[in-house]
Design a protein around this ligand. Structure first.
Ligand SMILES: Cc1cc2nc3c(=O)[nH]c(=O)nc-3n(C[C@H](O)[C@H](O)[C@H](O)COP(=O)(O)OP(=O)(O)OC[C@H]3O[C@@H](n4cnc5c(N)ncnc54)[C@H](O)[C@@H]3O)c2cc1C
Ligand code: FES
Length: 394
C-alpha cells in the first residue's frame, strides 16, 4: 500500500514538473535527429525498374512510410536489403547509386550473379510496388576531405561502378574541386554500365577522366583491353604521388589489383577497398587447407537466448559455406545475426567462437582484440571442424 502511495506521489510530481518544465526542445530534436540518421530499419518501396544491361537492373525506391524520410548517406555508402526467399530470411549489401544531395529516392544497381541467391531473386521476382526492408546507410568507402587530398583514383570492376556513380554525381553537383581518374574494368561493350552518364560527366567536367578497359572486347573495340594492370593505371594517372585510391569489385578482382598496388608502391593508408561478397569458391582462396574433403559436413552448435533462457541447438552445415549463410538456411531456428557488409568489413556480425576451427580469407582484417578473445565474422568464416558459437557473449 505504501508503495502505491509513493508511486501516486511521484506521478503527481512528474505531472507538475512536465507542466512547469516542458521537455527541452533540443531533447526531442536530438532524439528525432538520431532516428533520422540511424533508423533501425527502413522500409523501401520500388517505384521504378530499368534495365542497365542484359544482366543488371536499376531499382528506384522511396520510403514506404510517409512520415519517415529516407536516411541521409555519404556518396559511396551501401544499404543492406533484406529479403525472404522460400522462408529463408537473408540480406545482401548494395551500394547506393543515387546522389546523396537528394533524399526523395534511393537507387541501387543489381547485377545477376550466376549461381547466386538474392541477386537472382531481386532481378526475377521484384516488381514495382513491392516493399523491402533495408538497413540504414553503412560503409567506410566515401571521400574524406581531411585525409584523401584532392587527387582521387577510382578503380571499378563490373558492378563495382555503382558507388562511384554516386560519388561522381556528388562531385559534379557540388562542383567539388577534385581531380578524378576513373578506371573502369568491364567484360565487354555490353557491360559498360552508366556509359552515357559517364560520358556526359566527362564532357562537362574537365577534372573527371574515364578510362574503360574491357577484358573480352568485340572486334570493333579500339580502346584498352585485358586486365587493369599497374602499367595501364600508370598510363592514366602518370604518377601515384599524392593520389588516393578507391577500389571496388569482386574478390578475385581485388586480389589482382592489390598485387598491382603493391608493385606500384601505393601505401596501404592511401587506399580504401570494398570487395563485393564472399569468394565464389573458397577452396581456391590462398591458405584454404587443401587436406579438407569439401563434401564434408560439420556440426555447428549455437547458443542463444530464447525467452530469456540460454538454449543450445546443433545443425549440420557445409564446410564451404559461410557460417552465416548456413545458419540462415536453418529457417526453423529463426535466429538472425545482425549483419551489414557480409564480406568481413563492418564487424556487425561479430560472434564468439567457443571451440572448433574456422577458415577466413587472409584479406579479411579483424581487430586484434577480437582475434585474441576468439571472436569471428561468421559472414566470411567457414567451419572446417565441428564448431560451437555463443551468440549471448557480445
Ligand atoms: C559493400 C558491398 C556493396 C555491394 N554493392 C553491390 C551493387 O551495387 N550491385 C551488385 O550487383 N552487387 C553488389 N554487391 C554484391 C551483393 O551484395 C551480392 O554479393 C551479390 O548480389 C550476389 O548475391 P547473391 O545472393 O546473388 O549471391 P551469393 O551471395 O553468392 O549467394 C549464393 C549463396 O547464397 C546461399 N544460398 C544459396 N541458396 C540458398 C538457400 N536456398 N538458402 C539459403 N542460402 C542459400 C549460399 O551460401 C550460396 O553460396 C555489394 C557487396 C558489398 C559487400
Ligand atoms: S556483416 Fe560485416 S563483417 Fe560480417
Amino acid at each position: 500500500m505504501n508503495d502505491v502511495k509513493k508511486y501516486q506521489k511521484l506521478e503527481k510530481l512528474k505531472k507538475w514538473r512536465d507542466e512547469v518544465e516542458p521537455i527541452p526542445w533540443y531533447y526531442d530534436g536530438l532524439e528525432n535527429l538520431c532516428d533520422r540518421i540511424h533508423p533501425e530499419k527502413q522500409l523501401l518501396q520500388v517505384t521504378d525498374i530499368q534495365e542497365l544491361s542484359k544482366d543488371t537492373k536499376l531499382y528506384r525506391f522511396v520510403s514506404a512510410r510517409p512520415n519517415k524520410p529516407l536516411a541521409p548517406f555519404r556518396a559511396g555508402q551501401y544499404i543492406g536489403l533484406t529479403v525472404e526467399i522460400s522462408g529463408v530470411r537473408t540480406s545482401r549489401p548494395f551500394s547506393l547509386v543515387s546522389s546523396p544531395n537528394q533524399l526523395a529516392y534511393y537507387e541501387l544497381g543489381v547485377k545477376r550473379k550466376e549461381g547466386g541467391f538474392v541477386s537472382i531473386y531481386l532481378l526475377d521476382a521484384i516488381k514495382v510496388g513491392d516493399i523491402l526492408e533495408a538497413t540504414e546507410p553503412l560503409g567506410e568507402l566515401y571521400y574524406n576531405r581531411v585525409f584523401h587530398g584532392t587527387d582521387l583514383v577510382f578503380i571499378a570492376g563490373g558492378s563495382g561502378i555503382t558507388p562511384f556513380i554516386s560519388m561522381l554525381r556528388d562531385i559534379s553537383e557540388q562542383n567539388l574541386k577534385l581531380n578524378v581518374w576513373l578506371i573502369f574494368g568491364c567484360l565487354s561493350e555490353d557491360n559498360m554500365l552508366f556509359k552515357d552518364e559517364l560520358e556526359d560527366i566527362q564532357t562537362r567536367r574537365s577534372n573527371v577522366r574515364v578510362k574503360y578497359i574491357l577484358s573480352e572486347p568485340g572486334p570493333s573495340w579500339d580502346g584498352a583491353s585485358g586486365f587493369i594492370t599497374k602499367d595501364k593505371i600508370l598510363d592514366e594517372i602518370k604518377s601515384i604521388e599524392n593520389k588516393f585510391f578507391y577500389i571496388v569489385g569482386n574478390r578475385a578482382m581485388y586480389s589482382f589489383i592489390e598485387g598491382q598496388m603493391k608493385e606500384l608502391g601505393v601505401p596501404r593508408h592511401h587506399m580504401i577497398y570494398e570487395s563485393y561478397g564472399v569468394p565464389d569458391d573458397v577452396t581456391e582462396v590462398i591458405g584454404w587447407p587443401k587436406d579438407i574433403n569439401t563434401s564434408n559436413t560439420v556440426n555447428i552448435t549455437i547458443e542463444f537466448l530464447n525467452q530469456g533462457r540460454k538454449v543450445k541447438e546443433t545443425f549440420e552445415a557445409s564446410c564451404v559455406e559461410p557460417i552465416l549463410n548456413s545458419l540462415e538456411r536453418e529457417k526453423d531456428l529463426g535466429i538472425i545475426i545482425n549483419n551489414g557488409c557480409r564480406s568481413g568489413a563492418c564487424a556487425l556480425c561479430r560472434t564468439k567462437l567457443v571451440s572448433g576451427k574456422i577458415f577466413m580469407p587472409p584479406e579479411v582484417t579483424m581487430r586484434e582484440i577480437d582475434q585474441d578473445y576468439g571472436y569471428i565474422h561468421p559472414c566470411v568464416s567457414y567451419p572446417i571442424t565441428d564448431i560451437h558459437i555463443d551468440l549471448t557473449l557480445i
